[in-house]
Design a protein around this ligand. Structure first.
Ligand SMILES: O=C(O)CCC(=O)C(=O)O
Ligand SMILES: [Fe+2]
Length: 288
């Protein structure tokens, strides 16, 4: 469970799984309650993404990657158009200040592990344990591309720019979240929860999704270099405390490590700019 205190105000559309539990199974019954994490994906697999370093975002205290295209746009749109017809989509009813609020964003949830249950904002997620063939195929691709296995996928359907997900963080039990975007591009904003005081009031700035290109210009004022010297290392990109980008159709965004501790994320409302539909498939490696 996340140890951070709950935010004072909850957004009705924030996905913030608060309790992730396993159903008790007969195998577990005699065991005392254990606080140890249990990996329901294959424990032999790497539990963090290590192969996407060239796509790393320059975030302070954050481990996140943005791959602009893991699948071409035509295929991404085809997948969107097929998945939008899934029977599993529904609008959860959340408890907000004791009142029932119907979330504007539809979700569809799948898990590879039949004992995996999830609840957020008082809502027990309707989990499906049988993957549609296309979703299984996409998960295979995301697993191959990231070198990690996932035991849960939460699909989000943003039918138009009026549907959004408010600023939130996901439960830390989500050790890796790999989010594939399909359909209309949408803005994605990352905000550090404890920026240095001088920066805390500044608005999110647009920064390139990957490290800036290395400078190729040579400096005439520097002392002549020894031809046997190794080439100078490019300067490390400056680390940022806010990051705003556009998630393209076919792109993959990965968050892991301490991202859910130090950063919040959101897909803001864009009623005018975005008329079409987007699906995000958030593949999750849940460890609890
Ligand atoms: O749609 C997205 O890209 C983000 C979804 C998200 O933050 C979530 O499902 O927790
Ligand atoms: Fe999230």
């Amino acid at each position: 469970m996340a140890s951070s205190p709950p935010p004072r105000r909850r957004q009705a559309d924030a996905t913030e799984p608060k309790s992730t539990k396993r159903k008790p199974t007969p195998r577990d019954a005699p065991k005392p309650k254990s606080k140890r994490a249990r990996l329901t994906v294959d424990a032999a697999e790497s539990s963090q993404v290590t192969c996407l370093d060239e796509y790393r975002l320059p975030l302070a205290d954050g481990d996140a990657f943005y791959v602009p295209s893991i699948v071409d746009e035509a295929t991404a749109q085809q997948w969107h158009d097929e998945l939008v017809n899934l029977d599993e989509w529904y609008r959860p009813t959340l408890k907000v200040y004791g009142k029932d609020v119907v979330q504007s964003r539809k979700i569809a949830a799948f898990a590879t592990d039949r004992s995996l249950e999830l609840k957020y904002s008082g809502h027990p997620v309707k989990m499906s344990y049988d993957y549609p063939p296309l979703l299984r195929k996409i998960q295979d691709l995301v697993e191959a591309r990231t070198g990690c296995l996932y035991n849960h996928v939460m699909a989000n359907l943003y039918e138009d720019g009026g549907v959004y997900i408010g600023k939130h963080r996901d439960n830390r039990e989500n050790r890796v979240i790999a989010s594939l975007s399909l359909g209309q591009p949408r803005t994605f904003i990352l905000t550090h929860t404890h920026p240095p005081p001088a920066l805390s009031t500044s608005a999110p700035s647009d920064v390139p999704p990957t490290a800036p290109p290395h400078s190729t210009s040579s400096s005439s004022s520097s002392s002549p270099s020894d031809p046997t010297d190794p080439p100078p290392r490019p300067p490390a990109p400056a680390l940022v405390y806010t990051h705003r980008s556009t998630l393209a159709s076919g792109s993959l965004l990965v968050m892991q490590g301490a991202m859910q501790q130090h950063w919040k994320h959101e897909v803001p409302r864009e009623k005018r700019a975005c008329k079409g539909s987007r699906i995000s498939l958030t593949f999750r490696q849940l460890v609890f």
